[in-house]
Design a protein around this ligand. Structure first.
Ligand code: 1HE
Length: 265
């Protein structure tokens, strides 16, 4: 498994600051950050290496005015892929987006402009989505003679429900602004999505890494289980997380009355 320093990136930019906040930037603005196979392979490499690199939270952002225009339609049209070839490509997309969702690291996406098709599939794999006033969401696959292949059929209904996803794909309906936030496509709607994403990443980074690992992997795994199995798995995870050494100072400070109280401002 290549470490961070061995990654050769052309379509992504990667930085890690002194607080362990990583920034992954989609860097194909001239192509509206369309996802070609090179970008997918780079996402797999980056999100494989980040958990082992002492990172505490990740901001996923984009260069240019659009977050991501989805599948690279030009590459796809040019390559004239067979069904088997495209199925294998979809499996690489799943690998990339599963690496994000199950990474154990909080991944916060700073959205803007188009978040469409595969761009929405990518955005729906992160843990917190922050949109700005330019952000809009769509699934134009139906209009392009295509179908989703990067996990949208699982993740998008989990956010907004099956009926809304079907409508988006059949009619090309776009969601933006207050409506997009209200249906659940983003948890935050702000003026500057980059700034808010970093603020949230810094907050999440204050939690113990083991708690964040559980939040950013166990909850997703549990959604795939029966209720009975999920409850059992929850008890197992809590057994490990809630007895961790790193929590002791936090418990002690609560007992002394010096811990922060959980109240609205
Ligand atoms: C692209 C792509 C792309 C732009 N693949 N090259 N996704 C879509 O159906 C969305 C397609 N894109 C658009 O509708 C528009 O480009 C945008 C609304 C996102 C932006 O519009 P605009 O006017 O700012 O840019 P543009 O002039 O359309 O595009 C600028 C360049 O980016 C241009 O290349 P150039 O070499 O002519 O300058 C475009 O060709 C290129 N570009 N979007 C390739 N998507 C696993 S299955 C998933 C299935 C899907 O994702 S379907 C959804 C596909």
């Amino acid at each position: 498994m290549p470490g961070i320093s061995e990654l050769r990136l052309t379509n992504l930019l990667l930085g890690i600051d002194e607080d362990g906040i990583a920034t992954v930037t989609l860097n194909r603005a001239a192509k509206r950050n369309a996802l070609d196979i090179q970008t997918i392979e780079e996402l797999i490499g980056v999100f494989t290496a980040l958990p082992a690199a002492g990172v505490r939270a990740v901001v996923l952002r984009a260069e240019g005015p659009h977050f991501c225009a989805g599948l690279d339609l030009v590459e796809h049209g040019r390559e004239k892929r067979s069904p088997a070839e495209f199925m294998r490509i979809c499996l690489r997309w799943h690998e990339a987006f599963n690496k994000i969702e199950y990474s154990g690291l909080p991944v916060i996406a700073a959205l803007k402009g188009a978040v469409v098709g595969g761009g929405l599939e990518l955005a729906s794999s992160v843990h917190i989505r922050v949109m700005d006033e330019t952000t809009y969401f769509g699934l134009p696959e139906g209009q392009r003679g295509l179908f989703t292949g990067g996990g949208a059929t699982i993740r998008v209904p989990a956010l907004i429900g099956k009926a809304r996803m079907v409508d988006m794909m059949l009619t090309g309906r776009l969601y933006a602004g207050e409506e997009a936030e209200a249906v659940g496509l983003a948890q935050y709607r702000v003026k500057d999505s980059d700034a808010k994403a970093y603020e949230l990443a810094r907050l999440a980074a204050q939690n113990t890494p083991l708690s964040n690992f559980a939040v950013c992997s166990a909850i997703s795994h549990m959604q795939n289980m029966s209720g009975l199995d999920a409850a059992y798995a929850e008890a197992m995870v809590a057994g490990i997380v809630n007895t961790q050494e790193a929590a002791q100072t936090r418990l002690d400070s609560f007992a002394r009355g010096t811990a922060v109280k959980i109240k609205p401002d």
